[in-house]
Ligand binder design. Structure first.
Ligand SMILES: NC(=O)c1ccc[n+]([C@@H]2O[C@H](COP(=O)([O-])OP(=O)(O)OC[C@H]3O[C@@H](n4cnc5c(N)ncnc54)[C@H](O)[C@@H]3O)[C@@H](O)[C@H]2O)c1
Length: 264
């Protein structure tokens, strides 16, 4: 990767392990010259994330549960003390009770609906509001989140997460409109299925993975490098007039009207 992000610094939220999409993005951003800070969710993940952050030359790690405003406040206070301004934030966070990522959408519970939407969508708003002054001071910045096409097409067992991603994509557009006057862009990257902790929680994940691999125009699933490269472009000055957008990194799967007939 060139030095597209040289001189830029930002916060990566959502690394759980080396398979995390946030980790793929962090690696690509580091290779492109960015300085990085990380959040992790709880001590168990913290132990895994610390050596990963160190590999990318970062010693800024803070424990954040996005349902806890105090932990978000503390993280942004620490971030602001370390860096007076930031250039980007990567929000790669989602959650639903695994028991509701199988079976019928019809059986979605109120509690899991609220919790899934809170963690997977509302958190982006809380994060963007706190990042705003640190980016405004800089004359602009980029907020990136991660979505999936289950937001607007029914995908087996994606259930409540499809509704959460539809809300997240709408939030991306509304935030882009609010923050655009301050030079802040807000975009979502939409990869196809990837083998991560969150991905594995969805019922039939292996079959979904095989199905997209066999049918996508590119005949493969997205890699961490492919998503990382797209994130670098969006956070760089090369992406300076793109906002409110859902950028697919799915090998073209979304253009299909029917599965490939070669597999029949
Ligand atoms: N894996 C896929 O197939 C796929 C496809 C498209 C989009 N995405 C999206 O990419 C993003 C990253 O997921 P991933 O697939 O890399 O899985 P992952 O399990 O590696 O990452 C999910 C992250 O969310 C964090 N998280 C969950 N609840 C949290 C909370 N309350 N507070 C703070 N952090 C919390 C976890 O700690 C974890 O780091 C998610 O938004 C996911 O929906 C994933």
């Amino acid at each position: 990767m060139s030095d597209l992000l040289k001189g830029k610094r930002g916060l990566i939220m959502g690394v759980a392990n080396e398979r995390s999409i946030a980790w793929g993005i962090a690696k690509a951003m580091h290779e492109a010259g960015a300085e990085l800070a990380f959040t992790y969710q709880g001590e168990a993940f913290g132990k895994r994330v610390a050596p990963l952050a160190e590999r990318l030359g970062s010693d800024f790690l803070v424990d954040v549960d996005v349902t806890d405003d105090a932990s978000l406040d503390a993280a942004f206070e620490q971030l602001g003390a370390k860096w007076p301004t930031i250039d980007f934030i990567v929000h790669a966070i989602a959650y639903s009770d695994k028991n509701e990522l199988t079976g019928r959408f019809l059986d979605t519970s109120r509690d899991n609906f609220k919790n899934s939407l809170d963690i997977s969508c509302y958190s982006l708003i809380e994060v963007a509001r706190r990042a705003h002054p640190l980016m405004k001071e800089n004359g602009g910045g980029t907020v990136l989140t991660l979505t999936y096409q289950g937001s607007n097409r029914v995908t087996p067992f994606y259930n409540v997460m499809g509704v959460a991603k539809a809300a997240l994509e709408a939030a991306t557009r509304y935030l882009a409109n609010d923050l655009g006057p301050d030079g802040i862009r807000v975009n979502a990257i939409s990869p196809g299925p990837m083998k991560t902790l969150a991905g594995a929680a969805i019922g039939g994940a292996r079959k979904t993975f095989r199905q997209t691999e066999a049918n996508a125009p590119m005949r493969s699933n997205a890699t961490l490098e492919a998503v990382g490269g797209t994130a670098v472009y969006l956070a760089s000055d090369a992406g300076c007039f793109t906002t409110g957008e859902i950028i697919r990194v799915d090998g073209g799967y979304h253009v299909l009207g029917m599965p490939q007939t070669e597999n029949l």
